[in-house]
Design a protein around this ligand. Structure first.
Ligand code: SF4
Length: 351
């Protein structure tokens, strides 16, 4: 397949085709991905989101990679749902350091009727600050999905994690079909979808390809596709998994870019363990979104000022949401970083 023809948006990928993409020589794959990327995006812009854990720990699900699962003893303190005001303060701070999207995550199987009014208030408040809003709250029913959309929720994050075939090895407390059902409610309510997966859980190449096929063959591609590298946390069943070859991780980003040419591909959890050269290669492969701020749910995120320095060295600018000139925006971010460096606000998300 030529690089040019690859940029057509498709929803009919086969396993053989996707494996052929993965198995190309590395340089051919990266050239193809970068070519596709440039057809749809400014190659020197990266979207920045901030993620805040609004309810941490004691999750009833048994996701084997997750320190927040109540099934494993990872020493994580469980917390109650954060106060709305605290969430809004964190969102204002995220905006001040240059984020355009504020993602709020709760460790729930699904939101309860008692918690929904607070969650809706958070969406309304964050939206009123001029930020895009994103939430991840677990399974939703149709009514909850519609209420979130009405409150102004822009994105719902609901990861498929891996292929349907491998899913049962990682999670037994919910099904793949339930995940797809929630994604379909989210689409029907008119919200954007953020959905991706994790590498390094012992999955095969077929499973990596299978995950991307599930995402790309949805009726509409998710607008945001987070690709995570497993962060091995002591106490979780995957703590001793083998490391992923960094080049295989880059290949995953490149194949995601080719298969979903108009989606933002997010270099997500695990970035802390990646050196700057690997992150630069990830951007070249088509990753154009990162989490930025003090914490990524419960795992450490590289410090925001380090990110900005890397952006500067690579000539990358944060993707704009407002009508500031680049210089004004960049200066505001740098100033805010100096002021906010010692802030404790984001430490509400427990380690
Ligand atoms: S990944 Fe989400 S659903 Fe799974 S255990 Fe962690 S918090 Fe719960």
């Amino acid at each position: 397949m030529s690089a040019t023809s690859a940029s057509v948006t498709r929803h009919d990928w086969s396993l053989a085709e996707v494996k052929a993409l993965f198995e190309q020589p590395f340089n051919d794959l990266l050239f193809q991905a970068q070519t596709v990327h440039r057809q749809h995006f400014d190659a020197n812009r990266v979207q920045v989101s901030t993620l805040l854990s609004i309810k941490t720990g004691a999750c009833p699900e048994d996701c084997k990679y997750c320190p927040q699962s109540g099934h494993y003893n990872t020493g994580l303190d469980k917390e109650k749902l954060m106060e709305v005001q605290k969430v809004l303060e964190a969102a204002a701070e995220a905006k001040a350091i240059g984020s355009t999207r504020f993602c709020m995550g709760a460790a729930w199987k699904h939101p309860s009727a008692k918690d929904m009014p607070y969650v809706l208030k958070m969406v309304e408040g964050v939206k009123a600050l001029g930020l895009e809003t994103c939430m991840t709250l677990g399974r939703l029913d149709q009514e909850q999905t519609q209420a979130l959309a009405a409150a102004g929720l822009d994105y719902y994050n609901h990861n498929l994690d891996t292929s349907p075939e491998f899913y049962g090895n990682i999670i037994t407390t919910r099904t793949y079909a339930e995940r797809l059902q929630t994604l379909s409610y989210v689409r029907d309510a008119g919200m954007k979808i953020c959905s991706g997966g994790i590498l390094g859980m012992g999955e095969s190449l077929d499973d990596r390809a299978g995950l991307l096929i599930q995402l790309a063959n949805l009726p509409e591609h998710p607008e945001s596709v987070p690709i995570n590298m497993l962060v091995k946390v002591k106490g979780t069943p995957l703590a001793e998994e083998q490391d992923v070859d960094p080049f295989d991780f880059i290949r995953m980003l490149a194949v995601a870019r080719i298969m979903m040419p108009k989606s933002h591909v997010r270099l997500s959890a695990g970035r802390e363990q990646m050196n700057e050269q690997m992150q630069a290669l990830a951007f070249f492969a088509g990753a154009n979104s990162i989490f930025y701020g003090e914490k990524l749910l419960t795992t450490a995120n590289p410090q925001a000022d380090k990110d900005m320095q890397l952006f500067k060295r690579l000539g990358i600018k944060p993707e704009e949401r407002e009508e500031h000139s680049d210089e004004v925006h960049q200066a505001a971010i740098e100033q805010a970083l100096v002021e906010q460096r010692d802030s404790k606000l984001f430490y509400n998300a427990a380690v």
